[in-house]
Design a protein. Structure first.
Length: 151
């Protein structure tokens, strides 16, 4: 696996104890791109990028529901979705499924170019087993944001 350059310090970690898995945006012989939500209605992508014989590596980044909806509609490629991310974190998950970093992801100083998605990869509903659940979640989050903005 690639050697990663990370920031040090507690403020550069993202706590994942309170996030819930919504579903897989891309599933092919296992999850490749998964959607999570925290209690504040923030959305996070877990993007599979690497593996070795011990674990799988995921990049984790926050996305807005509007940008994610554009991805689902085919208006944005995976690469364009990735380019609009916020801070990027990394987590290694053992093949057994147990987290190597119990609750925190490490903030990356930079993402290796080899981890960038292909510019020609677009969302394919055939690879998304939980499409309706994901779409409902996005619509719900967008509705909550709009209600907050109206106040």
């Amino acid at each position: 696996m690639e050697t990663l350059s990370t920031y040090s310090g507690k403020n550069n970690e993202l706590n994942v104890k309170d996030i819930l898995r919504i579903g897989d945006l891309v599933y092919f012989e296992g999850p490749l791109l998964s959607l999570y939500q925290d209690r504040y209605n923030h959305l996070y992508i877990f993007d599979w990028v690497d593996r070795d014989n011990k674990c799988n590596r995921w990049l984790v980044y926050r996305v807005t529901p509007q940008v994610l909806m554009q991805f689902l509609k085919g208006d944005l490629s995976h690469y364009e979705l990735f380019e609009q991310r916020g801070d990027t974190y990394s987590i290694d998950i053992e093949n057994s499924g147990r987290l190597l970093f119990d609750s925190d992801l490490l903030k990356l100083a930079e993402v290796p170019l080899i981890y960038y998605p292909n510019k020609d990869d677009y969302f394919d509903i055939e690879d998304c087993l939980q499409y309706e659940k994901i779409k409902r979640t996005l619509e719900d989050v967008i509705s909550k944001i709009e209600k907050t903005e109206d106040k």
